[in-house]
Design a protein around this ligand. Structure first.
Ligand code: NDP
Ligand code: GDR
Length: 346
Protein backbone atom coordinates (compact mmCIF):
# COMPACT_ATOMS: atom_id res chain seq x y z
CA UNK A 1 0.00 0.00 0.00
CA UNK A 2 1.31 3.47 -0.84
CA UNK A 3 2.24 5.88 1.92
CA UNK A 4 -0.78 7.44 3.60
CA UNK A 5 -0.88 11.18 3.76
CA UNK A 6 -2.66 13.24 6.43
CA UNK A 7 -3.21 16.92 7.16
CA UNK A 8 -3.65 17.96 10.79
CA UNK A 9 -4.79 21.52 11.48
CA UNK A 10 -3.94 22.93 14.92
CA UNK A 11 -0.62 21.05 15.02
CA UNK A 12 0.80 23.33 17.73
CA UNK A 13 -1.94 22.36 20.21
CA UNK A 14 -2.09 19.45 22.65
CA UNK A 15 -4.04 17.05 20.44
CA UNK A 16 -2.20 18.05 17.26
CA UNK A 17 1.11 17.00 18.79
CA UNK A 18 -0.15 13.64 20.08
CA UNK A 19 -2.05 12.85 16.88
CA UNK A 20 0.97 13.70 14.71
CA UNK A 21 3.13 11.39 16.81
CA UNK A 22 0.56 8.59 16.49
CA UNK A 23 0.19 8.92 12.71
CA UNK A 24 3.97 9.04 12.21
CA UNK A 25 4.25 5.83 14.24
CA UNK A 26 1.67 4.31 11.89
CA UNK A 27 3.78 5.24 8.86
CA UNK A 28 1.84 8.28 7.62
CA UNK A 29 3.33 11.34 6.01
CA UNK A 30 1.96 14.21 8.14
CA UNK A 31 1.44 17.85 7.15
CA UNK A 32 0.88 19.87 10.29
CA UNK A 33 -0.64 23.30 9.85
CA UNK A 34 0.19 26.28 11.99
CA UNK A 35 -0.55 29.99 11.74
CA UNK A 36 2.21 32.50 11.45
CA UNK A 37 3.16 34.23 14.71
CA UNK A 38 6.04 36.44 15.72
CA UNK A 39 7.46 33.57 17.76
CA UNK A 40 7.25 29.83 17.09
CA UNK A 41 5.10 27.66 19.31
CA UNK A 42 6.54 24.25 18.52
CA UNK A 43 7.57 23.10 22.02
CA UNK A 44 5.09 20.20 22.12
CA UNK A 45 6.20 18.95 18.70
CA UNK A 46 9.82 19.18 19.79
CA UNK A 47 9.06 17.37 23.08
CA UNK A 48 7.48 14.44 21.20
CA UNK A 49 10.14 14.28 18.46
CA UNK A 50 7.59 15.22 15.77
CA UNK A 51 9.17 18.44 14.49
CA UNK A 52 12.34 16.76 13.21
CA UNK A 53 10.70 13.57 11.91
CA UNK A 54 11.54 12.93 8.21
CA UNK A 55 7.89 12.24 7.32
CA UNK A 56 6.64 15.40 9.04
CA UNK A 57 6.37 18.83 7.48
CA UNK A 58 4.94 22.14 8.56
CA UNK A 59 2.40 23.98 6.40
CA UNK A 60 1.14 27.48 7.04
CA UNK A 61 -2.65 27.88 7.28
CA UNK A 62 -4.92 30.33 8.99
CA UNK A 63 -8.23 28.48 9.13
CA UNK A 64 -10.18 31.64 8.36
CA UNK A 65 -8.67 31.71 4.83
CA UNK A 66 -10.61 29.33 2.58
CA UNK A 67 -8.42 29.91 -0.48
CA UNK A 68 -5.37 28.93 1.53
CA UNK A 69 -7.17 25.77 2.71
CA UNK A 70 -7.94 24.82 -0.91
CA UNK A 71 -4.35 25.37 -2.01
CA UNK A 72 -3.08 23.38 0.96
CA UNK A 73 -5.16 20.32 0.05
CA UNK A 74 -4.21 20.64 -3.63
CA UNK A 75 -0.53 20.78 -2.75
CA UNK A 76 -0.44 18.04 -0.10
CA UNK A 77 -3.02 15.57 -1.55
CA UNK A 78 -4.08 13.95 1.75
CA UNK A 79 -6.39 10.95 2.20
CA UNK A 80 -7.28 12.16 5.71
CA UNK A 81 -7.79 15.63 7.18
CA UNK A 82 -8.08 16.14 10.94
CA UNK A 83 -9.51 19.54 11.81
CA UNK A 84 -8.20 20.25 15.30
CA UNK A 85 -7.59 23.99 14.93
CA UNK A 86 -9.87 26.23 16.97
CA UNK A 87 -10.04 29.12 19.37
CA UNK A 88 -10.54 26.42 21.98
CA UNK A 89 -10.68 28.32 25.27
CA UNK A 90 -14.28 28.62 26.48
CA UNK A 91 -13.56 31.58 28.79
CA UNK A 92 -11.97 33.63 26.00
CA UNK A 93 -14.92 32.96 23.70
CA UNK A 94 -17.12 35.23 25.86
CA UNK A 95 -14.69 38.12 25.24
CA UNK A 96 -14.03 37.26 21.58
CA UNK A 97 -17.29 35.77 20.28
CA UNK A 98 -16.81 36.86 16.70
CA UNK A 99 -13.20 35.71 16.35
CA UNK A 100 -14.20 32.43 17.98
CA UNK A 101 -17.09 32.00 15.53
CA UNK A 102 -14.87 32.74 12.55
CA UNK A 103 -12.10 30.32 13.55
CA UNK A 104 -13.99 27.59 15.38
CA UNK A 105 -17.18 27.68 13.30
CA UNK A 106 -16.55 29.09 9.81
CA UNK A 107 -12.99 27.72 9.87
CA UNK A 108 -14.41 24.19 9.77
CA UNK A 109 -16.69 25.15 6.88
CA UNK A 110 -13.67 26.50 4.98
CA UNK A 111 -11.98 23.15 5.28
CA UNK A 112 -15.11 21.20 4.35
CA UNK A 113 -15.47 23.36 1.24
CA UNK A 114 -11.82 22.71 0.40
CA UNK A 115 -12.46 18.95 0.69
CA UNK A 116 -15.56 19.22 -1.50
CA UNK A 117 -13.71 21.23 -4.15
CA UNK A 118 -10.32 19.48 -4.16
CA UNK A 119 -11.21 15.82 -3.57
CA UNK A 120 -14.50 14.69 -1.98
CA UNK A 121 -12.95 11.28 -1.23
CA UNK A 122 -10.80 12.83 1.53
CA UNK A 123 -11.83 11.57 4.96
CA UNK A 124 -12.55 14.51 7.29
CA UNK A 125 -12.45 14.52 11.09
CA UNK A 126 -14.09 17.39 12.98
CA UNK A 127 -13.02 18.00 16.58
CA UNK A 128 -16.42 18.40 18.21
CA UNK A 129 -16.89 18.77 21.93
CA UNK A 130 -18.98 17.94 24.98
CA UNK A 131 -19.41 21.73 25.34
CA UNK A 132 -22.15 21.34 22.71
CA UNK A 133 -24.25 19.56 25.39
CA UNK A 134 -23.75 22.56 27.70
CA UNK A 135 -26.81 22.74 29.92
CA UNK A 136 -27.09 19.00 29.54
CA UNK A 137 -30.53 17.55 28.98
CA UNK A 138 -29.57 14.02 30.10
CA UNK A 139 -27.01 12.24 32.28
CA UNK A 140 -24.81 10.71 30.98
CA UNK A 141 -24.58 12.36 27.55
CA UNK A 142 -24.36 10.30 24.36
CA UNK A 143 -24.82 10.83 20.60
CA UNK A 144 -28.60 11.15 21.06
CA UNK A 145 -28.52 13.80 23.79
CA UNK A 146 -29.96 17.16 22.66
CA UNK A 147 -27.50 20.05 22.42
CA UNK A 148 -27.71 23.27 24.47
CA UNK A 149 -24.35 25.08 24.25
CA UNK A 150 -23.57 27.67 26.94
CA UNK A 151 -20.77 29.72 25.35
CA UNK A 152 -19.87 31.29 22.01
CA UNK A 153 -17.29 28.48 21.74
CA UNK A 154 -19.98 25.82 22.20
CA UNK A 155 -22.24 27.51 19.67
CA UNK A 156 -19.43 27.77 17.10
CA UNK A 157 -18.53 24.11 17.59
CA UNK A 158 -22.17 23.12 17.16
CA UNK A 159 -22.24 24.96 13.82
CA UNK A 160 -19.11 23.08 12.72
CA UNK A 161 -20.61 19.79 13.90
CA UNK A 162 -23.83 20.25 11.93
CA UNK A 163 -21.88 21.40 8.85
CA UNK A 164 -19.87 18.18 9.03
CA UNK A 165 -23.08 16.13 9.27
CA UNK A 166 -24.60 18.19 6.46
CA UNK A 167 -21.65 17.65 4.12
CA UNK A 168 -21.85 13.94 4.90
CA UNK A 169 -25.54 13.86 3.97
CA UNK A 170 -25.44 16.32 1.05
CA UNK A 171 -22.25 15.41 -0.80
CA UNK A 172 -21.43 11.93 0.48
CA UNK A 173 -18.24 13.27 2.05
CA UNK A 174 -16.67 11.06 4.72
CA UNK A 175 -17.25 13.65 7.42
CA UNK A 176 -16.93 12.30 10.93
CA UNK A 177 -17.57 14.24 14.11
CA UNK A 178 -15.91 13.16 17.35
CA UNK A 179 -17.73 14.59 20.37
CA UNK A 180 -14.84 14.46 22.78
CA UNK A 181 -15.15 15.14 26.47
CA UNK A 182 -12.30 16.96 28.25
CA UNK A 183 -8.95 15.29 27.78
CA UNK A 184 -5.79 16.41 29.48
CA UNK A 185 -2.09 15.63 29.64
CA UNK A 186 1.25 17.20 30.59
CA UNK A 187 1.00 18.97 27.19
CA UNK A 188 -2.28 20.73 28.07
CA UNK A 189 -2.23 24.53 27.72
CA UNK A 190 -1.66 26.38 31.00
CA UNK A 191 -4.97 28.28 30.74
CA UNK A 192 -7.09 25.13 31.13
CA UNK A 193 -8.06 24.29 34.67
CA UNK A 194 -6.31 20.91 35.16
CA UNK A 195 -2.95 22.18 33.95
CA UNK A 196 -3.37 25.48 35.79
CA UNK A 197 -3.83 23.39 38.94
CA UNK A 198 -0.95 20.93 38.41
CA UNK A 199 1.40 23.78 37.44
CA UNK A 200 0.40 25.70 40.59
CA UNK A 201 0.85 22.64 42.82
CA UNK A 202 4.38 22.23 41.47
CA UNK A 203 5.15 25.93 41.95
CA UNK A 204 3.72 26.03 45.46
CA UNK A 205 5.71 22.91 46.32
CA UNK A 206 8.92 24.51 45.00
CA UNK A 207 8.25 27.82 46.76
CA UNK A 208 7.69 29.76 43.50
CA UNK A 209 4.01 30.59 44.11
CA UNK A 210 2.03 31.32 47.28
CA UNK A 211 -1.42 30.14 46.35
CA UNK A 212 -3.76 29.12 43.57
CA UNK A 213 -6.77 31.23 42.56
CA UNK A 214 -9.66 29.53 40.78
CA UNK A 215 -13.22 30.23 39.66
CA UNK A 216 -16.10 27.77 39.98
CA UNK A 217 -14.97 24.81 42.09
CA UNK A 218 -18.28 22.96 41.69
CA UNK A 219 -18.12 22.45 37.90
CA UNK A 220 -17.93 18.75 37.10
CA UNK A 221 -16.10 17.33 34.11
CA UNK A 222 -15.40 13.94 32.57
CA UNK A 223 -11.60 14.16 32.25
CA UNK A 224 -9.60 11.59 30.25
CA UNK A 225 -6.05 11.22 28.95
CA UNK A 226 -5.42 12.99 25.61
CA UNK A 227 -3.14 10.29 24.16
CA UNK A 228 -6.02 7.79 24.23
CA UNK A 229 -8.43 10.26 22.63
CA UNK A 230 -6.28 10.91 19.54
CA UNK A 231 -6.20 7.14 18.97
CA UNK A 232 -10.01 7.32 18.92
CA UNK A 233 -9.90 10.10 16.28
CA UNK A 234 -7.79 7.89 14.03
CA UNK A 235 -10.07 4.88 14.61
CA UNK A 236 -13.10 6.97 13.58
CA UNK A 237 -11.53 7.70 10.19
CA UNK A 238 -10.69 4.00 9.62
CA UNK A 239 -14.35 2.93 10.05
CA UNK A 240 -16.37 1.76 7.04
CA UNK A 241 -18.80 4.68 7.24
CA UNK A 242 -18.61 8.25 8.57
CA UNK A 243 -20.50 8.83 11.79
CA UNK A 244 -20.66 10.76 15.05
CA UNK A 245 -19.03 9.34 18.19
CA UNK A 246 -18.74 10.36 21.83
CA UNK A 247 -15.38 9.71 23.53
CA UNK A 248 -15.41 9.93 27.33
CA UNK A 249 -14.40 8.02 30.46
CA UNK A 250 -17.91 7.74 31.96
CA UNK A 251 -16.68 9.23 35.24
CA UNK A 252 -17.14 12.78 36.49
CA UNK A 253 -15.30 14.81 39.15
CA UNK A 254 -15.48 18.42 40.33
CA UNK A 255 -12.75 21.02 39.98
CA UNK A 256 -12.45 20.87 43.78
CA UNK A 257 -11.91 17.07 43.58
CA UNK A 258 -9.13 17.61 41.03
CA UNK A 259 -7.39 20.21 43.24
CA UNK A 260 -7.57 17.87 46.23
CA UNK A 261 -6.13 15.05 44.12
CA UNK A 262 -3.30 17.22 42.75
CA UNK A 263 -2.16 18.35 46.21
CA UNK A 264 -2.46 14.73 47.41
CA UNK A 265 0.10 13.84 44.73
CA UNK A 266 2.68 15.92 46.66
CA UNK A 267 1.48 14.57 50.04
CA UNK A 268 -0.51 17.66 51.01
CA UNK A 269 -4.01 17.08 52.43
CA UNK A 270 -6.39 19.97 51.87
CA UNK A 271 -9.24 21.01 54.16
CA UNK A 272 -11.97 23.00 52.44
CA UNK A 273 -13.47 25.86 54.47
CA UNK A 274 -16.08 28.53 53.77
CA UNK A 275 -18.54 28.67 50.90
CA UNK A 276 -18.87 30.09 47.41
CA UNK A 277 -16.67 33.17 46.96
CA UNK A 278 -15.31 32.76 50.51
CA UNK A 279 -14.18 29.17 50.02
CA UNK A 280 -10.53 28.36 50.65
CA UNK A 281 -8.40 25.23 50.54
CA UNK A 282 -6.11 24.99 53.56
CA UNK A 283 -3.12 22.72 54.19
CA UNK A 284 -4.54 20.40 56.89
CA UNK A 285 -1.12 20.02 58.51
CA UNK A 286 -0.02 23.68 58.66
CA UNK A 287 -3.24 25.71 58.32
CA UNK A 288 -1.72 27.66 55.41
CA UNK A 289 -4.18 28.80 52.71
CA UNK A 290 -3.18 27.26 49.38
CA UNK A 291 -6.33 27.75 47.28
CA UNK A 292 -8.70 30.70 47.05
CA UNK A 293 -11.77 31.44 44.93
CA UNK A 294 -11.50 34.50 42.69
CA UNK A 295 -14.77 35.43 40.94
CA UNK A 296 -12.67 36.93 38.11
CA UNK A 297 -12.46 33.36 36.80
CA UNK A 298 -16.24 32.79 36.78
CA UNK A 299 -17.92 32.56 33.36
CA UNK A 300 -21.11 34.41 32.36
CA UNK A 301 -22.78 31.03 31.82
CA UNK A 302 -21.40 27.78 33.16
CA UNK A 303 -21.55 24.15 32.11
CA UNK A 304 -22.22 22.46 35.44
CA UNK A 305 -22.05 18.73 34.82
CA UNK A 306 -20.56 16.68 32.01
CA UNK A 307 -20.31 12.92 32.00
CA UNK A 308 -20.13 10.97 28.78
CA UNK A 309 -21.38 7.59 27.62
CA UNK A 310 -18.90 6.27 25.05
CA UNK A 311 -20.54 2.88 24.53
CA UNK A 312 -21.07 3.46 20.80
CA UNK A 313 -17.31 4.01 20.33
CA UNK A 314 -16.62 0.92 22.44
CA UNK A 315 -19.05 -1.26 20.44
CA UNK A 316 -18.25 0.02 16.92
CA UNK A 317 -14.57 0.98 17.20
CA UNK A 318 -13.32 -1.00 20.19
CA UNK A 319 -12.27 2.30 21.83
CA UNK A 320 -12.23 2.68 25.61
CA UNK A 321 -10.62 5.14 28.03
CA UNK A 322 -8.04 3.39 30.22
CA UNK A 323 -6.16 5.89 32.39
CA UNK A 324 -7.76 6.75 35.74
CA UNK A 325 -8.15 10.39 36.77
CA UNK A 326 -5.84 9.77 39.75
CA UNK A 327 -3.10 8.41 37.45
CA UNK A 328 -3.57 11.25 34.96
CA UNK A 329 -3.43 13.89 37.70
CA UNK A 330 -0.30 12.33 39.22
CA UNK A 331 1.39 12.19 35.78
CA UNK A 332 0.65 15.90 35.23
CA UNK A 333 1.86 16.95 38.70
CA UNK A 334 5.07 14.93 38.37
CA UNK A 335 5.83 16.36 34.92
CA UNK A 336 5.17 19.90 36.17
CA UNK A 337 7.42 19.34 39.19
CA UNK A 338 10.28 18.25 36.92
CA UNK A 339 9.66 21.18 34.61
CA UNK A 340 9.48 23.80 37.38
CA UNK A 341 12.65 22.36 38.96
CA UNK A 342 14.33 22.54 35.53
CA UNK A 343 13.28 26.17 35.08
CA UNK A 344 11.25 25.58 31.88
CA UNK A 345 8.28 27.89 31.29
CA UNK A 346 5.66 25.62 29.59
P1 NDP B 1 -5.41 23.70 21.73
O1 NDP B 1 -6.00 24.97 22.19
O2 NDP B 1 -4.24 23.13 22.48
O3 NDP B 1 -4.97 23.84 20.19
C1 NDP B 1 -5.73 24.58 19.28
C2 NDP B 1 -4.96 24.72 18.01
O4 NDP B 1 -5.71 25.54 17.06
C3 NDP B 1 -3.59 25.41 18.15
O5 NDP B 1 -2.66 24.74 17.35
C4 NDP B 1 -3.86 26.81 17.61
O6 NDP B 1 -2.73 27.44 17.08
C5 NDP B 1 -4.82 26.48 16.48
N1 NDP B 1 -5.51 27.67 15.96
C6 NDP B 1 -6.19 28.60 16.67
N2 NDP B 1 -6.67 29.54 15.83
C7 NDP B 1 -6.29 29.20 14.57
C8 NDP B 1 -6.47 29.78 13.29
N3 NDP B 1 -7.15 30.93 13.11
N4 NDP B 1 -5.94 29.16 12.22
C9 NDP B 1 -5.25 28.01 12.36
N5 NDP B 1 -5.02 27.41 13.56
C10 NDP B 1 -5.54 28.02 14.65
O7 NDP B 1 -6.58 22.62 21.66
P2 NDP B 1 -6.54 21.03 21.93
O8 NDP B 1 -5.37 20.46 21.26
O9 NDP B 1 -6.80 20.78 23.35
O10 NDP B 1 -7.88 20.59 21.17
C11 NDP B 1 -7.87 20.26 19.78
C12 NDP B 1 -9.26 20.48 19.21
O11 NDP B 1 -10.20 19.66 19.88
C13 NDP B 1 -9.79 21.91 19.34
O12 NDP B 1 -10.57 22.17 18.21
C14 NDP B 1 -10.66 21.85 20.58
O13 NDP B 1 -11.65 22.84 20.51
C15 NDP B 1 -11.23 20.45 20.46
N6 NDP B 1 -11.57 19.80 21.70
C16 NDP B 1 -10.66 19.70 22.71
C17 NDP B 1 -10.96 19.01 23.85
C18 NDP B 1 -9.99 18.89 24.97
O14 NDP B 1 -10.42 18.53 26.07
N7 NDP B 1 -8.71 19.13 24.76
C19 NDP B 1 -12.27 18.34 24.02
C20 NDP B 1 -13.13 18.47 22.86
C21 NDP B 1 -12.79 19.17 21.75
P3 NDP B 1 -1.84 28.48 17.96
O15 NDP B 1 -0.81 27.61 18.66
O16 NDP B 1 -1.27 29.36 16.91
O17 NDP B 1 -2.75 29.17 18.90
P1 GDR C 1 -13.58 23.59 29.53
O1 GDR C 1 -12.14 23.55 30.22
O2 GDR C 1 -14.22 24.90 29.66
O3 GDR C 1 -14.31 22.40 30.07
O4 GDR C 1 -13.20 23.39 28.00
P2 GDR C 1 -11.45 24.44 31.33
O5 GDR C 1 -10.34 23.60 31.85
O6 GDR C 1 -11.13 25.81 30.84
O7 GDR C 1 -12.61 24.60 32.44
C1 GDR C 1 -13.16 23.47 33.10
C2 GDR C 1 -14.04 23.96 34.25
O8 GDR C 1 -13.21 24.51 35.28
C3 GDR C 1 -13.82 25.70 35.73
N1 GDR C 1 -12.80 26.57 36.34
C4 GDR C 1 -11.76 27.13 35.70
N2 GDR C 1 -11.36 27.02 34.41
C5 GDR C 1 -10.23 27.69 34.06
N3 GDR C 1 -9.78 27.58 32.80
N4 GDR C 1 -9.53 28.48 34.93
C6 GDR C 1 -9.91 28.61 36.24
O9 GDR C 1 -9.28 29.31 37.00
C7 GDR C 1 -11.08 27.90 36.64
N5 GDR C 1 -11.73 27.78 37.81
C8 GDR C 1 -12.76 26.97 37.63
C9 GDR C 1 -14.45 26.30 34.49
O10 GDR C 1 -15.41 27.29 34.85
C10 GDR C 1 -15.04 25.05 33.85
O11 GDR C 1 -16.28 24.75 34.42
C11 GDR C 1 -12.21 22.45 27.61
C12 GDR C 1 -11.53 22.98 26.33
O12 GDR C 1 -10.45 22.15 26.01
C13 GDR C 1 -12.51 23.01 25.18
O13 GDR C 1 -11.82 23.35 23.98
C14 GDR C 1 -13.12 21.61 25.04
O14 GDR C 1 -14.06 21.60 23.99
C15 GDR C 1 -13.78 21.20 26.34
O15 GDR C 1 -12.80 21.20 27.36
C16 GDR C 1 -14.37 19.79 26.26
Amino acid sequence: MSERNAVITGITGQDGAYLAQLLLEKGYRVHGTYRRASTDNFWRLEALGVAEHPRFSFAELDLTDMGAAIRLLERTGPQEVYNLAAQSFVGVSFDQPRTTSEITGIGALNLLEAVRIVDPRIRFYQASTSEMFGKAQAVPQNEQTPFHPRSPYGVAKLYAHWMTVNYRESYDIFGTSGILFNHESPLRGLAFVTRKITDAVARVQEGRQDLLELGNLDARRDWGYAREYVEGMWQMLQADVPDTYVLATGRTASVRDFVTMAFRAVDVDLDWRGQLEEEVGVDAATGRTLVRVNPQFYRPAEVDLLIGDASKARDNLGWQAKTSLEALCRMMVETDLERVRGGQSQ
